[in-house]
Ligand binder design. Sequence first.
Ligand code: CAO
Length: 556
Amino acid sequence: MSEQEIKVPDLGGADEVEVIEILVSKGDSVEEEDPILTVESDKASVELPSPGAGKITKITVKVGDKVKEGDVVGMMEASGDAGGSDDEKDTKEAGFSKSVKPDLKSEGKAKKEPAPKKNTGFRLVTAKVPALDGLEHVPIIEINVNEGDEVGVDDPLVTVESDKATMEIPSPYAGAVGKILVSEGERISEGHELVEMTIVEDNGQGEEIGWEDTCSEPPESSISDKQEGKAETERNSEEPKPAQPSATHEPPTPGAKIHAGPAVRKLAREFGADLARIKGSGPKFRIIKDDVQAFVKSQLRQDGTVAGDSGSSIPGVKLPDFSQFGEVKREAMSRMMFATANNMQRSWLNVPHVTQFEDADITDMEDFRKAQKAAGEKKGVKMTPLPFLLKACATALAELPQFNVSLDMERKEVVRKQFIHIGIAVDTPNGLMVPVIRDVDKKGLWELAAESAELAQKARDKQLKPAETQGACFTITSLGGIGGTAFTPIVNTPEVAILGVSKAAMKPVWDGKGFQPRLMLPLSLSYDHRAVNGVDGGKLISLIGDLLGDLRRLLL
Ligand code: CAO
């Protein structure tokens, strides 16, 4: 192992560039060509790659430093034979310039466009790709304009990215963007037609400022400078200079310029993160890798999809090596199991749960239900306790509409639903599913019996359509056919309450004179204590109990 200097390679003509991002830290292992720093001239940002494979021992520059060709920016311990001879080292140090050599001095400047013939009035021209300093077939990563946009000379039309640099292709004309002739991902080289534009001419003195006509050199100040200044002013007026990487995001601003290097853009693409929604915490509000990572993490937390992350700063559960205790087998979770696990965790962590219990006297209800057996056989529908529970819950929700809501905490609003759709938890071989019965309040017991049986069967057969699992206001989870005396169900967010039903049992009930044998159905109502208070919880569960105890009340 030998230590070697990491030097700034040939910068393709730029005298001095600014370090805008340091992509490695002391102790990091890197491969040859791995990006070490991002530097930026006034025209382009470029990553300086590692001259070889090894371990970084020191970085001697900081963000904001100006560097030029030959400057030492760090040290590394080369692995393998990366130490090599001095000649070899020099070659590797110059690896950047040997692979792709974007011209940091003139990058993005369009070659003089042949002057379109001048006529008076409007004229259609086609903006083409200028010389790209040796680069060919570079992919377009962003189209910066839309049809109908007014652009000025040098405004960026598209952004392309080689494996080392990101650059904007500026417009050679001022005018209105017409048909866009390229698409994102398309690879372009010099001469490729980008967009059609309508330019205005006024007896040959019009707004067209084709470089050939007006400048012997392309315009001095590039659009990057102009737009960066504009973006900076806008952002400065919104907030003070950022200090920490920030995961905050805003709705995309159409046409806003994004400042990010190639590695950051690549990372964002890999995560599917929209750079327009990420605030940069780097110099000049440049988006750095930390910003992308923080943004992605915050998005996943919002979706509740960070595996092993509680989403509430509570450390995840650490697993021991189970094999030390005996033989184990591992198997992949099904997608449904993983989704259910995340939903449960999200609900448990977001919702302050309270559970209240009640025993409903269903002796009369069961007599009535059993009396329907023959009628059910005729109809081909089995009448279980579930339709009664559905009907009782719908009636109770109509009477206590404070339970038929969802909370929009972001907008500080309560969403009051003007419909009563109820989900039923169904145990399937693939896991828990919750099909939804719509407009329960408008349906009769037979209809509810038929529909719940059909949806439960569809759930077990994996035949449910997405729409059949959406839109519930409330959920019933019945373990009555299985057993148990009570349980505390987890609210199925964004609903605010759920009714758990356990197994009915004969119990001695005091009627004021003596104990009577009654069939009692244990109910557990869990609710979101942000949305409803304990008094309401008590009212709802008592009401459901009363309705089940005396079915005539369902008619009132
Ligand atoms: N007490 C006593 N018996 C009950 C009862 C109760 N609360 N609820 C139902 N039963 C009886 C039924 O009457 C039926 O008996 P018979 O065959 O003698 O008539 C038997 O239990 C089976 O009923 P069922 O389960 O077929 O029908 P259902 O309408 O009561 O329930 C469904 C349908 C889909 C809710 C149920 O099949 C199911 O999947 N339950 C599990 C829900 C679940 O997983 N919850 C947990 C979610 S949290 O992890």
